[in-house]
Design a protein. Sequence first.
Length: 437
Amino acid sequence: MKETIIQFGTGNFLRGFADCFVDEMNKQGLYDGKIAVVSPTNSKTVELLNQQNCIYNLYLRGIENSKEVCEHTEIQSISRAINPYADFDAYLTLAHNPDFRFIISNTTEAGIEYVADNKFEDKPAKSFPAKLTQLLYERYKSGLNGFVVLACELIDNNGKELQQCVLKYAQQWELGEDFCNWIIEENKFCNTLVDRIVTGYPKDEADELCPDDALLDTAEIFHLWVIEGNFESELPLQKAGFNVVWTDDVSPYKKRKVRVLNGAHTSMVFPAMLCGIETVGKCLNDELINKFLQENLFKYIIPVLGENDDNIAFANAVLERFANPYIKHLLKSISLNSVSKFAVRVLPTILDYKNKNGSYPKTLVFSLACLIEYYKNCTPQDNESLIEFIKENDVQAILSNADLWGCDLSDMLDLVEDSLDKIHSVGIREAIEWALL
């Protein structure tokens, strides 16, 4: 097959996400193209890929329509892997192939960053956007068409942020106004939203599943890819049966993910941890915490977001994902930097519900009280000065600190203090029961 996609990123996520989508499109006869993978860092995974002829095994496992599912596929969508640190010329040569149409990237949240000390003469430049600028300039000089760039990094406006970084390097390196115009006019930098938990190499199960595969990958069944633009005619993801949305605006889908999936995690984590529960799966098996979670989702979060079929279906899918027996999702991990997470994921729902109904959502405010209780008396993982402030100040001072929450929350004082009084007087489980009344 022709090489049609350049991929920046050798990690588990893209191999359990976009690469398996391309593999399935090829197998269904809907697409005819392979992926050339580029390592954005000096990664040893390039050697592993090439040693295995870029073939690896993927297991998708989870709960779907209330049934446990396990799907095994041998992924053959990657043609070769290139390390620009070892062979910079091979990297630049990719620009001369007219068959390349798409660029996919996942270089972590820190990957899309402008770093001024990158030089055009570096082989390669250090940052991912700088490397991409080098490739695009080579493409521009060859007189070929530009690319459709699908940035999968987990930051807001990922495609546009990547484009802005590329333009900054083009200007810094004085590559010319015509090249800058070519970047803008001949390339499409698409904002995207990706959603799939990719659990990667299963150390404890590798011998049982595929003992000879050093690149064995595992992921949940659920997936969602929201892409600004519409290239379904060239990349028929929907026709292949994937949960892909082509749209003019990714922001409503991001809001839904943050409010429903992330909001459910963050509002549940401290009541559950105060009960001594360690994983998301055990939360679903605990009748009281499960009830608390569903109250948050279906009494408060979804009504504020909009009680349409899509949102309800997404919330139900979230519950199935939380119950996935193949994923051990530690609450300790979810609790990292929870003050900032609560301000983004849960607080907007609390305030929207209050504006709409005139009262605060009791269980969501209770989850804020549990956060304060945990930060005061346990060992949270967050900014040290922030932790110290919460430990040393009363509830009034904590809620009124707009630097913590983005606004003054003093209006919630009575309900938060009532919640804390219940926790201290009757214990956490009885206090949760009270919050559910």
